[in-house]
Design a protein around this ligand. Structure first.
Ligand SMILES: Nc1ncnc2c1ncn2[C@@H]1O[C@H](COP(=O)(O)OP(=O)(O)O)[C@@H](O)[C@H]1O
Ligand SMILES: [Mg+2]
Length: 312
């Protein structure tokens, strides 16, 4: 359990990533070869939790996994990152899900079997645990099919308990961007979409339009723009930060790491421009290694790499 009211509770999905790197598009009845591969911790929410913990913010994870090797791998990975996994529910009847990533930088195609993540429900939430934290983050809204319709309720109750809330929907595989999202946004303090998601959610092909629409819906809006950095609307002001130039190895987890950097500085009371700068720096750091947590394996290295980036 977290000892003080200082941490973040992440409510999220747990699945593994198998990244096949530099691979041609698959064709039925044919075998194609990848140049490299890596088996890593996947899941938007788990990557945010892991990397936020590696930055030094205490993090606990609420989620569901199968009683299988993939589940063990995910929980071990979170623990190695210092995340409290005590509230993770293991269910023998379920399989921990998996994502196969075909990565041809800067592009990637993802194939996911959801598994246990679809089974986490509002009834599974340990409110005593939540009440000890300062902030609640939910990632991968659309894949968490068991709880997504109740995220509005989850956030409303968290706010009653004194927590702030943040949401990163990630992409909607059905491309519907439904009413349950609108309900969740009504109780979201910090909304963290990428540019394509922001456009879909706002129903506009124009990013400026989309930002203008969404900034009226939430107190804080941070729109991630890949190698172009990010735009923040907060406290009635607009900030843009062009991000950092790095050699992109693989972009999985860039947005999730942006969330980690942004929330880390937000929770230490930093100015908005600095939260944005840190989000970008943490996103940039993530793309320098394979997998969402590849660049976040050692606290000292993370600190020195970020220091180097932020000095630029
Ligand atoms: N090629 C890149 N070079 C430098 N920074 C990057 C690059 N790609 C992503 N980032 C950083 O990571 C953040 C999130 O990436 P983005 O691709 O927008 O989100 P998502 O991973 O959710 O699609 C960006 O706002 C940026 O700060
Ligand atoms: Mg994302």
């Amino acid at each position: 359990m977290m000892s003080s009211k200082a941490g973040v509770v992440v409510v999220g999905e747990l699945n593994i990533d198998l990244v096949l790197w530099k691979v041609p598009m698959p064709v039925y009845e044919q075998e194609k070869l990848a140049e490299d591969m890596r088996f890593t911790m996947g899941s938007s929410s788990a990557i945010t939790a892991h990397n936020l913990s590696m930055l030094g913010t205490p993090v606990g994870f609420i989620g569901k996994a199968g009683s299988d090797i993939f589940g063990d791998f995910m929980i071990d990975g979170l623990r190695r990152g210092g995340v409290d996994t005590a509230p993770v529910i293991r269910d023998r009847a379920l399989k921990t899900g998996a994502t196969i990533i075909l990565a041809n930088p800067p592009q990637k195609a993802l194939l996911t079997y959801m598994g246990a993540m679809a089974d986490l429900r509002l009834e599974d939430i340990d409110w005593d645990y939540v009440s000890q934290a300062r902030h609640l983050h939910l990632g991968c809204f659309f894949l968490q099919t068991g709880i997504r319709k109740d995220v509005g309720k989850l956030f409303a109750k968290a706010k009653e308990l004194g927590l702030s809330t943040s949401l990163d929907t990630n992409w909607d595989p059905d491309d519907v961007w439904g009413d349950d999202l609108q309900e969740a946004l009504a109780h979201t303090d910090i909304f963290l979409p990428n540019d394509d998601e922001a456009k879909r959610i706002a129903g506009s092909d124009d990013l400026e339009d989309a930002i203008a629409t969404l900034e009226k819906r939430v107190p804080v809006l941070a729109v991630k723009q890949g190698g172009g950095g990010a735009t923040l609307c907060a406290g009635g002001k607009r900030y843009h930060d062009p991000g950092f130039r790095v050699t992109a190895v693989e972009t999985t987890g860039a947005g999730d790491s942006f969330n980690a950097g942004f929330l880390h500085r937000y929770l230490s009371g930093a100015e908005w421009a600095e939260c944005l700068r840190w989000g970008n720096a943490c996103g940039a750091l993530a793309v320098t290694a394979l997998g969402g947590t590849g660049a976040y394996q050692d606290r000292q290295t993370v600190a020195s790499k970020l220091k180097e980036l932020l000095a630029k």
